[in-house]
Design a protein around this ligand. Structure first.
Ligand code: NAP
Length: 247
C-alpha cells in the first residue's frame, strides 16, 4: 500500500469531498484523522466505514477558523502519533450573494474558514513536517478561485487566497522535503451544490465541456496522487478537476 505507516489529517472529512479523501487515503494504508466541526455523527460514520474496511481512523472536533484550537488539535495528534505526513485542508463553506448585497459577516465567515482555516492548520503542522524532513499538504481550492464566479466574491477571494498560500508555502518548504499543492474542483455533487437552484445547476452544466458533474471520488483520486510518492517532484501546482470547465 502506498501510504503505509503514514498519518493523515483531513479537515471537514465527515461528508462530501473530505469524506471521499479520507476513505481514499485510508484505503492506501494511512491512519486518518477525520476532522469535523458540526457534523459529529457523520464524522463517526466516516470513521466506521474506514474501520469496517480494515483501515485506521479517528474523529477529532475542531473549528478550523479557531487559531488556538487548531494548534491544540495538531499538538494532540503529533504527541499521540509521533508524526503527521499528510494534511488536507478541505473544510469550506459558501455564503453566496452579489458583492453589492454581501454583508461584512458573510465575507468574514467565508474567509475565516476557507482561507484562515488552512493557514491555521498549515502553520501548526509545518514545524513537525520540517523536523520530519517530509510532508504533503493539499489544499482544496476551487475553479471560483481560479476564474472568479459572479455571486461568490467572498468564496472566490478565499479560494484565490488559498492558491497564493499554496504557492508561497511550497516555496518556503520545498527544500525541507515538503510539497504543497492545490486542487481546484469544478462542480462536484455534494451537500454544498445540492442546495443550488435548478437554474444555477443548468448554467453550470453549460460551462462543462464533459457535460456532467463531478463526484467526490474524482477529487479524492487527485488528492491521493498528490499524497503519494508518484507526485514527489510536484509542488506549488494547482490542478483543476472540473470536466474541462476552466482551461
Ligand atoms: P460539504 O459537503 O458542505 O462539506 C464541507 C465540509 O467542511 C464539512 O465536512 C464541514 O464539516 C466542513 N467544515 C465547514 N466549516 C468547518 C469548520 N469551521 N471547521 C472544520 N470543518 C468545517 O462541501 P464539499 O462540497 O464536500 O466541499 C469540500 C471542499 O471542497 C470545500 O472547501 C469546498 O469549498 C470545496 N469545493 C467544493 C466544490 C463542489 O462543487 N462541491 C467545488 C469547488 C470546491 P462540519 O459539517 O462538521 O462543520
Amino acid at each position: 500500500m502506498m501510504l503505509e505507516n503514514q498519518v493523515a489529517l483531513v479537515t471537514g472529512a465527515g461528508k462530501g469531498i473530505g469524506k471521499a479523501i479520507a476513505i481514499a487515503l485510508a484505503s492506501e494504508g494511512a491512519a486518518v484523522i477525520v476532522n469535523y466541526n458540526g457534523s459529529q455523527e457523520k464524522a463517526k460514520e466516516t470513521v466506521s466505514l474506514i474501520q469496517e474496511n480494515g483501515g485506521k481512523a479517528e474523529a477529532i472536533r475542531c473549528n478550523v477558523a479557531d487559531f488556538n484550537a487548531c494548534r491544540e488539535m495538531m499538538d494532540d495528534v503529533i504527541s499521540r502519533y509521533g508524526r503527521l505526513d499528510i494534511l488536507v485542508n478541505n473544510a469550506g463553506i459558501t455564503k453566496d450573494n452579489l458583492l453589492m448585497k454581501m454583508s461584512e459577516e458573510d465575507f468574514d465567515a467565508v474567509i475565516d474558514i476557507n482561507l484562515k482555516g488552512a493557514f491555521n492548520c498549515m502553520k501548526h503542522v509545518s514545524r513537525q513536517m520540517i523536523k520530519q524532513k517530509s510532508g504533503r499538504i493539499i489544499n482544496i481550492s476551487s475553479v471560483s478561485g481560479v476564474a472568479g464566479n459572479a455571486g461568490q466574491a467572498n468564496y472566490s477571494a478565499s479560494k484565490a487566497g488559498l492558491i497564493g498560500l499554496t504557492k508561497t508555502a511550497a516555496k518556503e518548504l520545498a527544500s525541507r522535503g515538503i510539497t504543497v499543492n492545490a486542487i481546484a474542483p469544478g462542480f462536484i455533487q455534494t451537500e454544498m451544490t445540492e442546495v443550488l437552484s435548478d437554474a444555477v445547476k443548468t448554467a453550470a452544466m453549460e460551462k462543462i465541456p464533459m457535460k456532467k458533474f463531478g463526484e467526490p471520488e474524482d477529487i479524492a483520486q487527485t488528492a491521493l496522487f498528490f499524497a503519494s510518492g508518484n507526485a514527489k517532484y510536484i509542488t506549488g501546482q494547482v490542478i483543476c478537476v472540473d470536466g474541462g470547465m476552466v482551461m
